[in-house]
Write a protein that binds this ligand. Sequence first.
Ligand SMILES: Cc1cc2nc3c(=O)[nH]c(=O)nc-3n(C[C@H](O)[C@H](O)[C@H](O)COP(=O)(O)OP(=O)(O)OC[C@H]3O[C@@H](n4cnc5c(N)ncnc54)[C@H](O)[C@@H]3O)c2cc1C
Length: 361
Amino acid sequence: MNYDFDVVIIGAGGAGMAAAIYTTRYDLKTVIFTKDIGGQAATTEVIENYPGFESVGGMELMQKFQKHAEKTGTEFRYEWVKQVSNIKFQISNNTSPQPSPMLGEGDDDGVASSLNPSSPDTGSGQVRRGDDGDSPLGAGVGGVSGFKITTDAGEYTAKVVILASGMKHKHLNVPGEERFEGHGVAYCATCDAPFYKNKVAAVVGGGNSALEAVEFLSRVATKVYGIVWDKEYQGEPALIKTVMASDKVEKIYNAETLEIKGDTKVKGLVYKNRTTGEQKEIALDGVFIEIGWQADTEWLGDLVETNKWGEIIVTEKAETKTPGLYAAGDLTNIFTKQLVASAGQGCLAAVRAIQFIREGK
Ligand SMILES: Cc1cc2nc3c(=O)[nH]c(=O)nc-3n(C[C@H](O)[C@H](O)[C@H](O)COP(=O)(O)OP(=O)(O)OC[C@H]3O[C@@H](n4cnc5c(N)ncnc54)[C@H](O)[C@@H]3O)c2cc1C
């Protein structure tokens, strides 16, 4: 079986790029599929707790990760992964590995048969290994196994997959949010705040991300509304202090956002006081939604086991329940969601993946 890649990594955040640095240094053909470089860390203006960097821009640090990963031989492809399937190939006497009717977990769509149903007869009677020639993947289970990765641009095979696709923004799910996304509704103040120079914006949310967004926007906007569900902000004391001290910020506590209004772009926000029920509309140019993040793992189906937050449950070696499938970073049940922790777990996943490819288990 010729695999397109030894290792497919999904996501170019701290976890994915750290993993790639390890697998490529072991000469494993590694690709990262991603939609951006740096993931969440690239969206924060400054990081002050990554060892070795007293204070560094989020984007700057992640570009260093990228440069490092490229130097060790990582290929980056800007493709969105839509499906991962575990595949098995039956070894027959005189042909190259044939798709097994006994599909692996998570693969219920006839995937294997669509891969290469008419593989040419090698006549060797031997399993053709991957391009390293010595990977007894799947040994002992009657065939070689691997993964099919389907992206918005194509299909690929790999010996192992490392899931490092992090988390996605939570949505308010109120009228106007989806309609005006990109037209006044935004989820990243570091990226989009400059568009609000001398304008009025609101930040919905009450935690650190919201506080950061309020602080960032208040540098350029004429006025920032802080729309907070609870009766106060919950976050780092230093950030709260800065936001409290700003005369550009109007805090609206105990508030539920009901609707984002506009015509071709955002013009206003309607909220209600959660105690009195009184509704108010404020005029503004933009709404930043910073109400947290959630693991985006449903699309992986039965390949992984998740906890009640949708986080992938992994072992201390970053193993999922599917052999050859590893997970690292914020999408796992890792104890803390921090860049250094994600990068560390990326290392664990990579080292375990290297061992799996070498030993076949
Ligand atoms: C505003 C903010 C400030 C922060 N500040 C700090 C800080 O100061 N210090 C700190 O240690 N941590 C900080 N964090 C947390 C830190 O950024 C995260 O813990 C870390 O980035 C997680 O890395 P990750 O690789 O697990 O996932 P992510 O960074 O979420 O990266 C996920 C990657 O996967 C890609 N992806 C997702 N789905 C797919 C798919 N289907 N196909 C292809 N690609 C996909 C994304 O494009 C992205 O590249 C901050 C986070 C935020 C949001």
